[in-house]
Each structure stands twice: as C-alpha cells, then as structure tokens.
Design a protein around this ligand. Sequence first.
Ligand code: MLT
Length: 336
Amino acid sequence: MLWFAQATALRRMATVMAAIMAFPLLLAEPAAAERASSYPSRPLRLIVPFAKGGPTDVVARLISPEMAKSLGQPVVVENIVGAGGTIGTLRAAQAAPDGYTLILGHMGTHAAAVALYPGLGYRPDVDFVPVALVARMPVLLLARRQFPAANLAEFVAYVRSHQDRINVAHAGVGSVSYASCMLLNHLLDINPTGVPFSGTGPAMDALVAGQVDYMCDQIVNAVLPLRTEVIKAYAVAGADRDPSVPSVPTAAEAGLPQFQVEAWNAVFAPKDTPPEVIAILNAAVVQALDRPEVREPMVGLGGVVPPRDQRTPAVLAALVSSELPKWRQALKRPAP
Ligand code: MLT
C-alpha cells in the first residue's frame, strides 16, 4: 500500500508543479489581454528614414492618417535621414517594443542594405517584427530632360562612352535608388560618379534642375514630373508597362531585359513587440489600404496596393527572407 501513497503524493506534487509552471502564463494572459484592450493609449510615431517629399515619405503620409482613424491615436511621421535610410532604420530597431514606434521600411532598408553594409547594426529578419506590406513599387530609369539620349539604347551608348563625365543621383548607400542603379551600372559595366541625397525627394529636385544626369527611383516619385515633362524616363524595370506612365517601355522592350527591379514599402515594428499589438497594427494598415484616401493616390501615382491576402505579417516575413539572398547575389560585383 506504500506504493499507492507514494503514487498519490507524486501525482499531487505534479499537479502543484504544473500550477506553478502555468502561473506566469495565467498572469501573462490577463496582462496581454489588458495590453490589447488599452493599446494604443497615446500617439504613435512612424519613422521614415528618408527626407520629406520622397516616395517613402509620400506613402507614409498617405497611410498614417488612415491608420490613426483605426487606432484612435495620431500616427506622427518622423523623418530620420542619412546613410541610405539605415540611420532611421537602426533608430527604429533600437526603439522600445511597445507598439508606439514603427518604421516604413522598404526593399532598400530591409533587404539590399544588408548586402551593402558589412556592419549594418540591424538584421531586417531578426531585429524587426513584420506588420504589413503596404505597396509594391515599379522602379523607373529617369534622366534630366536635356540628357543627350532619346531612348534606352542611346542612353546605354552615351553613358558607356562618357562614364567619367556623368553622375547618378541616389538616396544613399542602401536605398532603393542606390541599389537599383547599382544593378543597372553593373549590367552596363560602368562606374559613374554617385551623388547622394537624404532622399529621392531632394534628388528629384536636382534632376529637374538638370544638376544630375540620371536616377533610378520608385514610380510614385516620378509620375508627376514625367507628366509635366520636366524629366524623362527610358524604361520601367519591370515585366510590364505601368498604366500611370503607359508610354514608358519596359527595360526588356527597350533592349535591356536583365534590368528587372521591384521595390516595395512595408511597416515594421521593433522585435519583441507583443503579438497582440502587432495584430492591432496589422488591422490598422489593412483597413488603411482599403480606403480611397490611400488607394486612389497610391494607384494614381503608379503604386500597387497588395491584395488582402498579401498584407499579413507572414507574407512580409517571407518577402524579406527571399529578398535578402536575392540582393546579396544581385549586388555582387561580377568578376572582372
Ligand atoms: C530610396 O531611394 O530608397 C527612396 O526612394 C528614397 C526616398 O524614399 O526618399
């Protein structure tokens, strides 16, 4: 009978141990529920790691007021510029994981930059929690209006024979504009002078003024200056022409099929941001993207709003995971 008493005592101990082990979870569940019910209780900030007026800033200022409507708190855009967007991105990575600091990152800050900076200071797939993909963005090859080439073939011939006398504008090492034209320059085997700006907003001002020769930029920054013909475009680096600029040929149509680039913009939160907070933030972005105040200007400027099934954190996580090796490979300088 002794064994029975021992077995009963062991069962009782196991029950007590299980309760003790479960206690933190029980405590956590009410904390999580309380957090979700009280969040957000103050304004949020959305870091844009580039200067005002550029494509990242434009997209952020389209979604932030609509996110605010869903969240019931202001979403304040904060431009933190420098180093191709990596300074602002690092600031976001180091922010408290409380759901009050977000970043609108993109293919540059959360993919290409890893291939360009050995000591980046953050890992896009580790130091951030994906919230939602916001837009896919065609990239265009743009030039100042007086650039002496009427089409892509003439552009290629000219830059190859004048590479020591031309310059290419970009938003810093690690930016979409830098990575996209770096890819193009590798394809053309040219190495022109790069002219960095704090964003392609100011870079576009210089292109319009004729102070720089060419630039690779996200379409939302190019549609209006193209329509007013203060700059010109030689190609869209995508599979299809974009309906917002139907006369611009694809790079393939224009004879350079290898020039294929697609940018994207997405909202990220610092790692360890609680999942219940991420769910609330994801819902706010999903709802914002369904509102005409966002969709109409975004589409009108050539951006592509992802369908609902592409707006989950898992889809964004998979995109970042696939883009990291892709850009590491793409930006490797081909062996001489
Ligand atoms: C980039 O080149 O990464 C962006 O277009 C810069 C910007 O949004 O200003």
